[in-house]
Design a protein around this ligand. Structure first.
Ligand code: GLC
Length: 498
């Protein structure tokens, strides 16, 4: 009989549930199942370290290529990194006020919000959240918008019933649609392509504002879409509303993207619009597409290639596929499966559960990295509860080290993207704040620190002048502020004539 101890702990599942567990932990490697030895695991780890580690020099090369892509996207339409002009002109004053609805169709959830902007950088928000099923992401696009309209209607009705919203009012609505859309104005956006695993037919190439408006009319929803924004643009505006030092906003969640404010004169592709050069416009970079199709600049491993090739959009979103929460768990799972196939891991155990694609949630990586126990009880819990697999301490240490490699690479690549914007805009000397949001940034232990470490590796000491912080809720509050800014432009007679 192997030496053993009883362990217990609890895990918070991706669904928010808490799971308590008691497990039989093995403290030696000579148990009744043929497990890999410590030495063997250490050898394997070295191999993965070489694959997933990014040197400062390599990062600087990526930053240079990234900067070029940003410039190309600003110069011409239909480039790999689209650099989308958003028709959000300049920063908010902080004194925007009023009641607004916000609908946020993100990567994982649909959220509807009622936002009251109180001026002076203050606001109140109430919201309801609905989880989107995998089927809904693939159903006909109009049906998806009908669902958004239905949820919004139910939300408004509940606030009419309790007197918060006066019956008969038609509230302005900010629509946060976080997928790349080519915009001709603030209330128009043609979907370039779905990202983050969405594939709803009859939507790419269509104006999503028009589609959503149709759904709202069909169901008599008393709301008027005044602005379409992406979560990053919303985050940029909302963060600046409360922290005027903000220059860049990033999302590190199911997807990964950034927005910043650009001088119109430096956006050659919209020169024909005749907007004065010194006006500023927010740019939704859609940087998740960096290096797509060509794959010339990013260090892709064979696991990244498998993810890409088996995705619903092969070749696309190359940068995002190395970074975002939708994929990190899958990268780790593919490595584990490779070691199962090589006969290194889980010999004699039934591994069918972990062989299911996307069964290894990115939240598990966060949990594994933050396991505070010597025995790594959290990791025991994850493997035994979700995959019916027994692990030794040596294996658990290996899994934790792997999670660290994958998570660290994601954060360091994120730093490259931020560095490209910082360097392009010349923000390094003066320094700047970067509002960041998304599950990875908010929940993955050490993600922000690793970005900062990456910025230091790229820029040296001056890299410390660039500081990320947890942003305001861009898709709710940001969307409402953009709607308020649009209203002000309309009142000042500067709309729709830019
Ligand atoms: C994907 C989307 C982008 C969004 C990001 C974060 O990259 O294409 O629009 O901002 O995910 O949600």
């Amino acid at each position: 009989m192997p030496a053993s101890r009883r362990g217990s702990g609890s895990i918070t599942l991706p669904t928010g549930q808490t799971l308590a567990f008691h497990s039989h932990t093995r403290s030696s490697e000579d148990d009744d199942l043929p497990h890999a030895t410590k030495k063997k695991m250490a050898d394997h780890l070295r191999k993965y370290e070489a694959l997933f580690t990014l040197t400062p020099q390599r990062m600087r090369m990526i930053v240079e290529a990234f900067k070029e892509s940003l410039e190309t996207g600003l110069a011409k339409n239909e480039q790999i990194v689209p650099m989308i002009p958003t028709y959000v002109f300049g920063w908010p004053s902080g004194n925007e006020t009023g009641d607004y609805l916000a609908v946020d169709l993100g990567g994982t959830n649909l959220r509807v919000c009622l936002v009251t902007l109180q001026g002076g950088g203050k606001f109140e928000i109430t919201q309801s959240k609905y989880r989107l099923s995998e089927e809904q992401k693939q159903e006909d696009g109009q049906k998806l918008f009908d669902f958004c309209a239905e949820c919004l209607k139910a939300f408004i009705d509940s606030y009419i019933d309790d007197g918060t919203i006066k019956a008969g009012t038609r509230l302005p609505l900010g629509f946060t649609f976080s997928y790349p859309c080519a915009q001709k104005s603030i209330d128009h956006g043609q979907l370039i392509r779905w990202t983050k695993g969405f594939g709803a037919p009859n939507t790419e190439g269509h104006d999503v504002v028009e589609m959503f408006r149709r759904s709202l009319e069909k169901q008599n929803v008393p709301a008027e879409i005044v602005a379409l924004t992406c979560d990053t643009t919303g985050t940029l505006i909302a963060s600046h509303y409360v922290n005027p030092k903000t220059r860049i906003a990033c999302i590190f969640g199911t997807g990964c993207n950034a927005a910043y404010m650009e001088r119109v004169g430096d956006i050659p592709k919209i020169k024909h619009l005749g907007i004065p050069d010194d006006e500023e416009m927010a740019i939704n970079c859609e940087w998740g597409a960096f290096d797509s199709f060509e794959h010339e600049n990013l260090p892709r491993t064979k696991y990244d290639q498998i993810i890409d090739e088996t995705s619903n959009k092969p070749g696309e979103q190359a940068f995002e596929k190395l970074i975002s929460g939708r994929y990190l768990g899958e990268i780790l799972r593919l490595i584990i499966c490779e070691l199962i196939d090589e006969g290194v891991l889980f010999l004699g155990q039934n591994t069918y559960k972990i062989e299911i694609p996307y069964s290894f949630d990115t939240a598990f990586l966060s949990l594994m990295e933050s396991d505070p126990t010597d025995e790594l009880l959290m990791i025991i819990g994850i493997f035994s509860h979700f995959f019916a697999l027994e692990t030794t301490l040596a294996e658990r240490q290996f899994f934790r080290a792997l999670a660290k490699l994958v998570g660290r690479r994601a954060a360091r690549l994120s730093a490259c993207g931020i560095a490209a914007i910082v360097s392009k805009k010349g923000y390094l000397e003066e320094g700047c704040m970067v509002g960041a949001d998304g599950s990875l940034y908010n929940k993955y232990p050490g993600f922000a620190e690793r970005i900062h470490e990456g910025l230091h590796d790229i820029f040296g000491e001056k890299g410390r002048n660039v500081v990320t912080y947890h942003a305001e809720d861009g898709s709710g509050i940001g969307s409402a502020i953009v709607a308020a800014m649009t209203k002000q432009r309309k009142l000042a007679g500067r709309y729709p004539d830019l």
